[in-house]
Structures are given as structure tokens and as C-alpha cells.
Write a protein that binds this ligand. Sequence first.
Ligand code: PHE
Length: 343
Amino acid sequence: MTERLDALEAEAARAFEAAKDQGALEEARVRWLGRKSELTGLLRGLKDLSPEQRAAVGARANRIRENLESRYEEARSSLASAGAPSGSASAPALRDVTLPGRSIPRGHEHLLSQVLREVREIFHGMGFALAEGPQVEDDWHNFGALNIPKGHPARAATDTFYLRPDILLRTHTSSVQIRVMEKQQPPVRIICPGRVYRNEAVDATHHFEFHQLEGLYVDENVTLGDLKGTLDRFLKSFFGPATEMRFSPSYFPFVEPGAQVEIRCFFCGGKGCPVCGPLSGGWLEVLGAGMVHPNVFRAVSYDPERWTGFAFGAGIERLVMLRHGVPDLRLFYENDVRFLHQF
Ligand code: PHE
């Protein structure tokens, strides 16, 4: 019996050492140390031995059991530390050099700036130069020279922020046209993009500050046909080659005749939808335009008998909202990156 015990000890120790993973080790434990193992059977059989034999063999069998249990523990902990990816001081941390790195979030140009640049390029291609002017204006450049004298009802149409009785935040970029014509003789071909201010209650389609893009062309024999051709080209470049445009009569003090320029709704194709509204008949207003009023030419000392010209103006935010389906004007100014990063 003691011979069998020795052989069993050696065999079990080898089995624990040979186990390649936790599963194999557990199998070996059940086989050599479990309740139905040979060793447990032998220990149970001790009761049939004589008292002297029982003491000697029992002590030996118990030592073997303790020895095998500690061999098993050793094998288990060495498998555990080999299998773990990192952690213990003795095992160096494993780095997977093929994992993609963590990217650093990057900023980009604001949607309005992108569109302003795009629009400048479209008009640059048609020979329009860029002109800029001050946002704090005087009454003359914002109103007087544009055929809107004091007391003119058109002054009530825009609620103006006055800084002093004659100084204000410009309500449109038409003021820049006056400044350019005061300094430069025709031909003049400019666009004036920029920020403008009106004392409006803020909602999804109104804001007290927004951007306009205004254009002016003055030369000999400039006609309404030139205006239509220019705007058709612009709107097709901006909204797509299938864009349909139409002019309807409208009133602005600084042009005569004046027009409101509309494009056929590209959401519903002109059937009428929530974007173009049930009453519009499927047309979206995108621009104001017209032939420069002779009084404007007189104000900048151009001879209205010799020169003719057209002007137009658009709200940049409105163009962007239509093209990109942005439902609320305030999104442009809130700087929520969840909105901004989409563009
Ligand atoms: N200045 C006008 C506005 O702010 C737009 C416009 C410009 C209309 C030029 C006609 C011609 O609404």
C-alpha cells in the first residue's frame, strides 16, 4: 500500500505540472484529489487496517495529500499569472501596437464661414470684388444715401439699434455699397458680405444679429437681364443646377424697379410643404433685388443719365438653413459642437 501511495504521489505531481490551462488543471485535481480519487479511497480504507499500520500509513497518506494540494496551488497560480495580460510587477505589461490611437478632437471652420467663403468664390468667378465696411454706421450711409430720408416709412420696417441719434448698428450691408461708390468711379462690381443688426425678438427664424450678402454692379447699359442672369447663375451654383428662379415685384426705397427673388421649393418640388408654407405655392423667397434708384446715384455724385446698375441682398443664414435643412437660426450662434461637427 505504501508503494502504491508513492507511485500515486509522483503521477499526480506530474499531472499538475503538465496541465497547460486552468481547465486541464481542474480535471487533474478532480482525478487525483477529488472525492472519488484513488487517494481519497485509500484514506477511507485505513479503518480496515490494524491500529499500528493505520497510524503509520495514515500519517504518510496525509503528508502526501498536503504535498499534492500545495503542488496543485502552485500550478494554479503560475497559470493565472501567465494568462493575465498585465498587472503584476514581475510580468511586463503587454501593449498592442496594432490598436488605433486615440484621436484628438479637432475644430474646423464654422458652417457660416464655410458658406461665406463659397459664395465669395462663386461671385469672384463672375468678376465681383470683395468690399467690407464698418458695423457701426452713420445715418447717412445706412439710410439717407439709400433714398430713406428721416421720416420715411421704411425706417420703421427695421427696428434699428441706435448708439447716438445719428450713429447706429447697420441694419443691412447696403451701407457698404454707398461707401464704395463714394470712393470709386464706375464700373463697380462688388459683393459685400457682413454682419448686420436689427432689434428683433429672437426665435427660430429671427435674430438680432445675422449676416447678409449684398451685391452691386454699376456700369453703362446694365439691365434687368444682367441682374437675372447673374442671380440665376449664383442660385444654380449654390442650390444646384436644376434650381428654378422667379422675380416678383417688390419695394425697396433704393431700387426701382424692385423685386423679390424666389426659387422653387426643392423639398416638395413646388407642391407646397412645411418648408415653403401652404400659401407660397411652392416658392421660397431667397433674395431682394432691383435696379439702383437714380436718387442713390445722385447721393454719391454719379450721373444717373449715364450709369445704370443693379443691386441685390440675401440673408446668409436663410440660404444656409434652406440648403442644409437647419430648422433653427439660433443653432448658428449657440456653438454646440453636436450641431457644429455635422458640417
Ligand atoms: N438691403 C435690403 C435688405 O436689407 C436687401 C436688398 C439689397 C434689396 C439690394 C434690394 C437690393 O432687405
